[in-house]
Design a protein around this ligand. Structure first.
Ligand SMILES: [Zn+2]
Length: 215
């Protein structure tokens, strides 16, 4: 049973989704593609077209991401929203998950979810917000990916993992130096479940929300 890492900036690892961002960086193996809110520029429509063509021809593109909203960095919010909506539609068309980057913008995501008629499955990556905010998202197709913060038992990340529905859970290393096994290990202590059970659960969770399966 493999411990899948659903979001990493490290290329060339097995059983992990490499954050390639742009089709030009797509390498062998599973990856995610998308325009990060920090990288939104005027050529975004053409870039989304290229991402779509690449994703259609390459089954290894497992997710659109990381995309989303950031009030601390990046372009103006109206433009971030427009680019997010276009990429959310793309993820829904491809029937693959969207990996979400969301900083100080919980309200923007909620507003989107309340109005969207066909939202994709969204994985909020690096979840480390209050459990109460997470609960507000449960009526919607939102999952949570736990990363480096979860090794700290007092973190919001660890607190939410302890009570989060198990079918909404993923794990990631993101840009940290940690091995994915240490994240699973920390989660295993919090949930009192063996690592192998968590590894299995993550695969089941992924395959429940994506047309492109992992094993
Ligand atoms: Zn990342």
């Amino acid at each position: 049973m493999h411990c899948w890492d659903i979001h990493t900036h490290q290329a060339g690892r097995n059983h992990s989704i490499y954050q390639a961002e742009s089709p030009a960086n797509a390498v062998e193996g599973a990856c995610s593609l998308g325009i990060h809110p920090w990288r939104v520029d005027l050529g975004w429509e053409g870039e989304i077209k290229r991402i779509e063509e690449c994703a259609q021809g390459n089954e290894q593109v497992l997710a659109i991401g990381e995309v989303g909203f950031d009030r601390l960095k990046g372009s103006e919010i109206p433009l971030q929203k427009e680019v997010f909506f276009a990429q959310a539609n793309l993820a829904a068309r491809l029937a693959i998950p969207l990996i979400l980057h969301c900083v100080k913008s919980h309200d923007l995501l909620l507003a989107y979810l309340k109005s969207a008629t066909n939202p994709p499955n969204i994985i909020w990556h690096g979840w480390n917000q209050r459990p109460q905010l997470a609960s507000q998202l449960l009526p919607y197709p939102v999952c949570f990916s736990f990363g480096k913060q979860v090794v700290h038992p007092e973190s919001n990340s660890a607190k939410w993992l302890a009570i989060c529905p198990i079918d909404r859970v993923f794990f990631e290393t993101d840009d940290s130096e940690l091995k994915i096994e240490s994240i699973y290990q920390a989660a295993s202590l919090i949930l009192q479940l063996p690592v192998s059970r968590l590894a299995e659960q993550v695969i089941v969770n992924w395959n429940a929300i994506s047309k492109r399966k992992i094993s």
